[in-house]
Write a protein that binds this ligand. Structure first.
Ligand code: GBH
Length: 500
């Protein structure tokens, strides 16, 4: 067949940052080597992740980081986003004790090796692995304790690594910490809705901890000349119809997810609709806390993977609790959409829409960085997944060649990245100030509650041998990174639904 006609080359701005992302607990392993336990050790060793999986070994990146950086170089990445394990630096969570020499050495060597390879580090301070010792003292529910502890930990990181790190991310996805950790219980510490308030309390303290770290950086480390931001997750919610109640439902869905954490930072307080629904169950900021939070992020880190429709329920939900408070009919999905192995709908135009929404609503100084975007999809495990009862098919890669063990072809991921990078490009053309894009993830890794079965990597990891193999999506992204752009998707490669 004739090769499909391309609609042109999508060039990104010259200074655009292209990178890959990971997090400590998901890749490092070496859980007992000088590191204290975190809530994710406790949660996973108690059997809460699929198949009893834990991060004890993961990708053994702790020992293999030099090899991993060589791989990054071959993938032409310009920037690498990773996280520091709090309990590797402070095994007991106690900043009054000197930080672990072993932990300091590991991150120091990692940073040196990255810089030597010409790769810019973007460092997340908290990607969900709270030291167990701090959880025992109340964790994210204990305001005074946690805000101070996070500030002290951040100060240690700025002090030791700030000569080499110019981009800091305080928190990864506080929504996940609050809702999955303190409402659904899918993530550590695994609280299920014992109260209809806990996730708001945790969220409140996460925000205050972020503000504390940002303030410490700006007041004590200004001479380092770096930036400090936050990464928030959200998936676009599109109104299911033009009816006013559905438009309103979509707005509420956005405000209860992204707005919950973005509005105190960019607009001065929680979204009005949250206060109206939650009343006093949503904590309030004092005047000085509001001031500390306002504009406390030098850039807007956005993690986005998917999108969905929102509509008003036929009658108001009964009871209180996070989901009831939103009062939006959830997961009303257009069944034409493809799904990834996580079952998340593939909706590339959602990424364009959410970027334009963030630009328009928050006008973030320093612009927007897509700090995560990617998909779980592996032809070689999809045969088994296809047999799930009720799996929503068709999948976009049905009929594509299945991978063999020596050949990691992942055309569905190539297609995903091509479509989503086109969406980012479309948002930039419409004046969204998007400054960077990090693919999730550099390596297949410990996918939290899903264990090792769901693979997000552009590099295949054999968890028996720790062998790494670049997938075709890795080769594809390497070309994008090098060319600073990509060929627009051909027509037949586009997904159903709106185009650009
Ligand atoms: C990220 O969280 C994490 O930062 C990262 O550690 C993790 O490995 C990665 O994603 C992959 O899971 O069906 O439209 O409602 C992602 C947070 C929240 C994104 C729920 C997808 C549901 C999609 N996720 N959301 S939808």
């Amino acid at each position: 067949a004739e090769p499909a006609a391309r609609t042109g080359f999508l060039a990104f701005p010259e200074s655009f940052v292209f990178g890959v992302a990971t997090s400590a607990y998901q890749i490092e392993g070496a859980a007992a080597e000088g590191r204290g336990p975190s809530i994710w050790d406790t949660f996973s060793t108690a059997g809460h992740a699929k198949d009893g999986a834990t991060g004890e070994v993961a990708c053994d990146h702790y020992h293999l980081f030099k090899e991993d950086i060589r791989l990054m170089s071959s993938l032409k990445v310009k920037a690498y986003r990773f996280s520091i394990s709090w309990s590797r630096l402070l095994p007991n969570g106690d900043a009054a004790e000197p930080p672990s020499e072993e932990g300091l050495r590991f991150y120091s060597e990692l940073l040196d090796a990255l810089l030597q390879a010409g790769i810019e580090p973007w460092v997340t301070l908290y990607h969900w692995d709270l030291p167990e010792a701090l959880h025992a003292k109340g964790g994210w529910l204990s305001k005074e304790m946690i805000v101070k502890a996070f500030g002290d930990y951040a100060r240690i990181c700025f002090h030791h690594f700030g000569d080499r790190v110019k981009y800091w991310i305080t928190l990864n996805e506080p929504w996940c910490s609050a809702v999955l950790g303190y409402n659904t219980g899918d993530h550590a510490p695994g609280y299920t809705e014992e109260t209809d308030t806990a996730c708001y309390v945790a969220g409140h303290h996460l925000l205050l901890a972020h503000a504390e770290a940002a303030q410490i950086y700006r007041e004590e480390f200004a001479q380092q000349g770096g930036e400090v931001g936050i990464s928030l997750n959200a998936d676009w919610r599109q109104a299911d119809s033009e009816r006013e109640e559905d438009l309103e439902a979509a707005r509420r869905a956005m405000e209860f997810s992204l707005g919950w954490f973005a509005e105190p930072i960019y607009l001065g307080d929680y979204p009005k609709c949250m206060r109206e629904s939650c009343g006093d169950r949503l904590p309030s900021f004092s005047a000085s806390e509001k001031k500390k939070l306002f504009q406390s992020s030098d850039f807007f880190g956005l993690n986005s993977y998917s999108g969905n429709m929102a509509k008003a329920p036929p009658r108001p939900f009964e009871g209180t609790g996070y989901w009831e408070d939103i009062g939006v009919e959830w997961w009303h999905t257009d069944h034409q959409w493809a799904r990834t192995d996580m079952d998340w709908p593939v909706v590339p135009w959602s990424l364009r829409e959410i970027l334009l929404y963030v630009q328009d609503r928050y006008k973030p100084m320093g612009g927007i960085i897509v700090t995560e975007n990617g998909c779980a999809c592996e032809p070689d495990i999809s045969a088994e997944l296809d047999e799930r009862p009720g799996a929503l098919l068709p999948r976009p890669w049905d009929g594509v060649r299945r991978a063999t063990s020596s050949d990691f072809e992942d055309p569905e991921r190539v297609r995903f990245f091509r479509a989503h990078l086109s969406a980012v490009h479309a948002a930039i053309e419409r004046k969204a100030q998007v400054k960077g894009y990090f693919a999730w993830s550099f390596l297949d890794n410990f996918e939290w509650a899903e264990g090792y079965g769901k693979r997000f990597g552009i590099v295949r990891v054999d968890f028996q041998t720790q062998e790494r193999t670049i997938k075709s999506s890795g080769h594809f992204l390497a070309r994008v990174f090098e060319a600073n752009g990509l060929e627009a998707p051909a027509k037949e490669e586009q997904y159903p639904g709106r185009t650009f």
